[in-house]
Design a protein around this ligand. Structure first.
Ligand SMILES: NC(=O)c1ccc[n+]([C@@H]2O[C@H](COP(=O)([O-])OP(=O)(O)OC[C@H]3O[C@@H](n4cnc5c(N)ncnc54)[C@H](OP(=O)(O)O)[C@@H]3O)[C@@H](O)[C@H]2O)c1
Length: 256
């Protein structure tokens, strides 16, 4: 699959995204991409629906989720289950847009000499262990019949086969771990629901706090609104036969 989209095309394509209607949930909704995904899914035209209800979770939502505290995920999953029950709707779409590259806990490594146990621990916590706990607590909320889709935002630099530049040891390794978790969960999810889809997605370089220090001339940086629309359109074009794949924002398969 290889697409060139206008936003109008994306909206038209993405009408197929979920059937039957249900609840969409964005985790990591406070980030650049997560906020844009939530806004697109909540759009008044329902371009990426049909999602009568869009729920958004982050460290500052109510309930809040923090990957440092599994009980926050457990409580948030119970809250989502209650929201679905109240509305008599199933969870049909889960998008996990959380991630960590740099911050108080450290910076991505340029050399093995910069490897630091605390940074590695944090980057694995946010990029791999947190999403794994999301799988544990939220994938069981999907119905056992009908299309349902989970997308975990990964990164092309997590591809081992595509690693030509080196550097960014922790971020690369944590996203590679995420990719393996997604593949493994996709197999278990298919056993529960044969129409399910569970994929890892590379959003391209997106204008956000995560990419800002690394933006350099010549790099194609896209607005989060565009990137979110592209990821949703890719999801709309995938079927259960594509579950367990690693795709970029144009829908192209990436090497593991
Ligand atoms: N930007 C790019 O160019 C780019 C390129 C390739 C891949 N990606 C991937 O795209 C995804 C979205 O990134 P972004 O650009 O939107 O970055 P961002 O604006 O920095 O957002 C990061 C998100 O991660 C969440 N997060 C961080 N630490 C967390 C923790 N301990 N527990 C729970 N959530 C936590 C944040 O939650 P709060 O809202 O609670 O702060 C926020 O929603 C990430 O997976 C990133 O790796 C981005």
């Amino acid at each position: 699959m290889n697409h060139e989209y206008s936003l109008d095309d994306l909206a038209a394509t993405a009408g197929k995204l979920a059937s039957p209607p249900g609840v969409a949930l964005v985790i990591g909704a406070g980030g650049g991409l997560g906020a844009a995904l939530t806004a697109q899914l909540s759009g008044s035209e329902g371009a990426f629906g049909p999602y009568p209800t869009v729920l958004a979770l982050s460290r500052s939502s109510h309930p809040a989720i923090d990957y440092a505290d599994e009980t926050s995920l457990q409580a948030a999953a119970s809250w989502v289950a209650a929201q679905c029950a109240d509305r008599q709707l199933d969870l049909r779409l889960l998008v996990v847009a959380s991630g960590f590259l740099h911050g108080q806990q450290g910076q991505p490594e340029r050399s093995w000499s910069q490897l630091d146990a605390d940074y590695l621990s944090h980057v694995f916590r946010v990029n791999a262990i947190g999403p794994a706990l999301v799988m544990k607590h939220f994938l069981p909320l999907f119905p056992k019949q009908g299309r349902c889709a989970a997308a975990f935002v990964s990164a092309r630099v997590g591809s081992i086969g595509d690693n030509a530049l080196g550097g960014w040891y922790g971020y690369r390794a944590s996203k590679a771990a995420l990719n393996q978790l997604v593949k493994t969960a996709s197999i278990e999810l298919t056993r529960r629901n044969r129409e399910s889809l569970c994929v890892a997605l590379h959003p391209g370089t997106v204008d956000s706090g995560l990419s800002q220090p690394f933006a350099k001339a010549g790099l194609s940086v896209r607005h989060a609104t565009v990137a979110a629309a592209e990821l949703l359109a890719v999801m709309a074009g995938l079927t259960a036969a594509n579950t367990g794949s690693f795709r970029d924002y144009r829908g192209n398969s990436l090497p593991w």
